[in-house]
Ligand binder design. Sequence first.
Ligand SMILES: CC(=O)[C@@H](O)[C@H](O)COP(=O)(O)O
Ligand SMILES: NCC(=O)COP(=O)(O)O
Length: 243
Amino acid sequence: MTKLSVNINKFATLRNARGGNLPDIIQVARDCERFGADGITVHPRPDERHIRYQDVRDLKPIVTTEFNIEGYPSQDFMDLVLEVKPHQCTLVPDPPGVITSNTGWDTIQHQSFLKDVIGTLKKAGIRVSIFLNPEIDKVAGAKSAGADRIELYTGPYAEEYTKARTQPQNFRLFNDYKNTAKEASAAGLELNAGHDLNLDNLRFFKLHIPQLKEVSIGHALVCDAIYMGLENTIQLYKRQLQD
Ligand SMILES: CC(=O)[C@@H](O)[C@H](O)COP(=O)(O)O
Ligand SMILES: NCC(=O)COP(=O)(O)O
């Protein structure tokens, strides 16, 4: 069974729209766990447009499953992660103003930076995953930088998957995902995945990438919850992740 970490960013977007505390992020995290989530993911961004740094501090004592903090390792981000000490930190190469994450690390170009950052996090006992495109040649760089896991960036998969339903012969990109997953596994790296996964495309990914340990899902899951309710939605996603 692949674990489902629910990314609660978009609940914070809704809360921030009115300036009050509705929905209450702490209660949302508790309820996600109560409804079956195996973990809680947050991605505090420099402008704090959804998850705020204080939310991350407040979540730490109440998350009873796996706590995963994602983000670009700026000094502020590193200070926060080292203070909070989540189970896992996922490093993402986001420039400050980006609308959402849109690429993985170039582990060759940024090798020495990643090595320093990962070394610091691991010294604090935090598992480190790094966000990677489905590029087999970046896996060795992730390994030598000291990562424990990679998170495959599934944005391009999600885009192509919609096309692939009608033109499967054009779905060559998927081989890159399969090969990158195999390479990671052979290098001793565990495998996460995330971005734009949803109830349509999740099962296919899970079935063809047997190494998949964990997915983090936010945007589509929150949208589905509007129609189907949070408990039901979490259960539907979990069903897609069964072996
Ligand atoms: C790394 C990743 O793919 C997710 O964290 C995604 O970027 C969600 O962030 P937003 O909710 O800000 O779009
Ligand atoms: N790491 C991916 C994540 O946390 C959620 O991405 P999305 O489902 O909001 O696109």
